[in-house]
Design a protein around this ligand. Structure first.
Ligand code: GSH
Length: 481
C-alpha cells in the first residue's frame, strides 16, 4: 500500500457524478490517481470497485489512505472537510450550509434522474412527462439562481458542483431535439459559461460533442442490458410546455426573510406518524431544544407549509428564527451544526461523517422506497418481491451494525436517527406482511430496544399499534383487506 497514491478516484469519464468529484479535487488542488472503470457501460466492474462500493457498486469512489468513500455529494463534502485549507466548498454558516445541501439534493432528486433518462426514451407519453418534469425543475433551479453569480452567491460551491456536470449534456439535449437550455433558461446557460471560466470545471467536464457521440452510439446500440422501458430510438421536436409558477421566482433567501417575524425561535411543521418528522423530533430532543410543534393536515396543507417548502410541499420543515429548513436529513445536520454544545449527532472525524451520511442516504434510497411501496400493494408477486427488498435492505443494515451498540459505535448518531423512526412500522410489517424483523434481523431488533431506552427516542416515536391502525385503514380503503 505504501507505494500507492494517497488519493485515488474510481471513475468513468462521462459520469456527471464522477465529474463532481473531479471538480472538488481540482478546487482543492489535490493530486490523485485517476482510475477509469473502462467497461462500466458494458456492465463490467473492477474488483476494486466491487470491493470498495459493495452496496451500490457504482462509481465514483474516492479512496483516501485506502478507505473508500461513496456517493458523489458525500464525497464532495468529505473533500471539503479533509482539505479545508483551500477554497471552501460549503459556506461556514449553518443555514447557508443547509440551503446548499437542499439544492444539491434537489439536483439529485429532481434533475439528474430526468436528465439521465430523457435521452433514452422513445417518442410517447413517458418522454413527454419526463421532459415536462425536467423543464419544470430546471425552471425552479433557475429561479433559485436568480441574478446571483453562483448558487451560493459570490462563491462557487456545492450546488454549482452538483449541477454543472449536467451542462455538458445540454448540447446533446438540443441535438436530439429535446430541449434548448440556452433558449429556455438563459440564466442557467450564462451561469454554465461562468462556471466554465474556472479551471477546475473546464478541465473536468466532458466535452459536449464527445458526450454527444457517446450518447448517440448508446441510442443506436439500443437497449442491450437496459431495462425494457429505457428505449433507445427517439426523435422529438415538439415545443415544451411552460408552466410559470410565481413562487419560484423568489429566492429561498427572500422567502426566509419574509418569514422572519415568527414568534418562537424554533418551530416544527410535522405530522405525527411521519418517520421523517420523527427524525427531527429526536434530534431536537437530543439537543434539548425547546420548540413549538405544529401538526399539519397533509390533505389540506397550511399556508405556512406551502410558503416554507414551496419546492416539495412536504413536512417536516424546521423554522429557526423564521427561516425554513427542509428535508429531514438536512434538518438533522442543521440541528447538529446550529446547536453544537450538546451531544454531537455527527462524529467529528470526516471519514466517520462520510460513513454516517452514506448509511443515512442508504436508508432513504434503498430501504424507504420499498417500505413505502409495500403498503400500496395488494398481496401477490410484486408484494412478495418488495418484501424481499425490505428484508435485503434490513440485512445490509444489520451487517453494517454488526456488534456495535449504535451504527456509529458507542455514540447514538445520524444513522440511528435516520432508521429508528421506521421501527414503529415493524409491528405492522409483522401483521400484514408476515415479516418479523426480530426473526430476520435479531441484531437490529436488539438495537431498536437500546434506542428506545433513550428518552429522545421513546418520546418521539408513534405507538406501533396506532401506526398499525392507520396502515390497516389505508389498506382497507384501497380494498386490499
Ligand atoms: N425526503 C423527505 C421526505 C418527507 C416526506 O415524504 N414527507 C411526507 C410525510 S411522511 C409528506 O409531507 N407528504 C405530503 C405530500 O407528499 O404531499 C424528508 O426526508 O423530509
Amino acid at each position: 500500500m505504501a507505494s500507492e497514491k494517497e488519493v485515488k478516484l474510481l471513475d468513468f469519464g462521462v459520469s456527471p457524478f464522477g465529474v463532481r468529484t473531479r471538480i472538488a479535487l481540482a478546487e482543492k488542488e489535490v493530486e490523485y490517481e485517476y482510475k477509469e472503470e473502462k467497461n462500466l457501460n458494458l456492465g463490467e466492474k473492477s474488483e476494486l470497485l466491487l470491493k470498495s462500493n459493495p452496496v451500490h457498486k457504482k462509481i465514483p469512489v474516492l479512496i483516501h489512505h485506502g478507505k473508500p468513500i461513496c456517493e458523489s455529494l458525500i464525497i464532495v463534502q468529505y473533500i471539503d472537510e479533509v482539505f479545508p485549507s483551500k477554497t471552501p466548498i460549503l459556506p461556514s454558516d449553518p443555514y447557508a450550509r443547509a440551503l446548499a445541501r437542499f439544492w444539491a439534493d434537489f439536483v439529485d432528486k429532481k434533475i439528474s434522474q430526468y436528465a439521465l433518462r430523457v435521452w433514452k426514451l422513445k417518442k410517447g407519453e413517458e418522454l413527454e412527462e419526463t421532459k415536462k418534469e425536467l423543464v419544470e425543475n430546471l425552471r425552479t433551479l433557475e429561479a433559485e439562481l436568480g441574478e446571483k453569480k453562483y448558487f451560493g452567491g459570490e462563491d462557487f460551491g456545492l450546488v454549482d458542483i452538483a449541477f454543472v456536470p449536467f451542462t455538458s449534456w445540454f448540447y446533446s439535449f438540443k441535438a436530439f431535439g429535446l430541449l434548448s437550455v440556452e433558449d429556455e433558461f438563459p440564466k442557467l446557460a450564462a451561469w454554465g459559461k461562468r462556471c466554465m471560466e474556472r479551471k477546475s470545471v473546464a478541465k473536468s467536464l466532458s466535452e459536449p460533442k464527445k458526450l454527444y457521440e457517446f450518447l448517440s452510439a448508446r441510442r443506436k446500440r439500443g437497449r442491450k442490458g437496459e431495462k425494457a422501458r429505457e428505449r433507445s430510438e427517439i426523435v422529438v421536436a415538439s415545443s415544451i410546455l411552460l408552466d410559470h409558477r410565481p413562487e419560484f421566482r423568489r429566492t429561498t433567501r427572500e422567502r426566509a426573510e419574509r418569514a422572519m417575524a415568527e414568534e418562537k425561535e424554533v418551530k416544527l411543521l410535522d405530522y405525527w406518524v411521519s418517520p421523517f418528522g420523527v427524525r427531527t423530533r429526536i434530534a431536537l430532543a437530543e439537543k434539548g431544544v425547546e420548540y413549538e410543534y405544529k401538526e399539519e393536515n397533509l390533505s389540506e396543507k397550511s399556508e405556512l407549509l406551502l410558503k416554507s417548502n414551496p419546492v416539495h410541499k412536504k413536512i417536516p420543515v424546521l423554522l429557526h428564527h423564521g427561516k425554513p429548513i427542509c428535508e429531514s436529513l438536512i434538518i438533522v445536520q442543521y440541528i447538529d451544526e446550529a446547536f453544537p454544545s450538546k451531544t454531537p449527532i455527527l462524529p467529528s472525524d470526516p471519514y466517520g461523517r462520510a460513513l454516517a451520511r452514506f448509511w443515512a442516504d442508504f436508508i432513504d434510497k434503498k430501504f424507504y422506497p420499498s417500505m413505502n411501496r409495500i403498503g400500496k400493494l395488494k398481496k401477490g408477486e410484486e408484494f412478495e418481491e418488495t418484501k424481499q427488498e425490505i428484508v435485503e435492505s434490513l440485512r445490509t443494515l444489520e451487517v453494517e451494525l454488526g456488534e456495535k451498540k449504535y451504527f456509529g459505535g458507542e455514540d447514538f448518531g445520524l444513522v440511528d436517527i435516520a432508521l429508528v423512526p421506521f421501527t414503529s412500522w415493524f409491528y405492522s410489517f409483522k401483521v400484514f406482511a408476515e415479516l418479523s424483523v426480530e426473526q430476520e434481523c435479531p441484531k437490529l431488533a436488539a438495537w431498536e430496544k437500546r434506542c428506545l431506552e433513550r428518552e429522545s427516542v421513546a418520546k418521539s416515536l408513534p405507538d406501533p399499534k396506532k401506526v398499525f391502525d392507520l396502515v390497516s385503514s389505508r389498506r382497507k380503503t384501497r380494498g386490499f383487506e
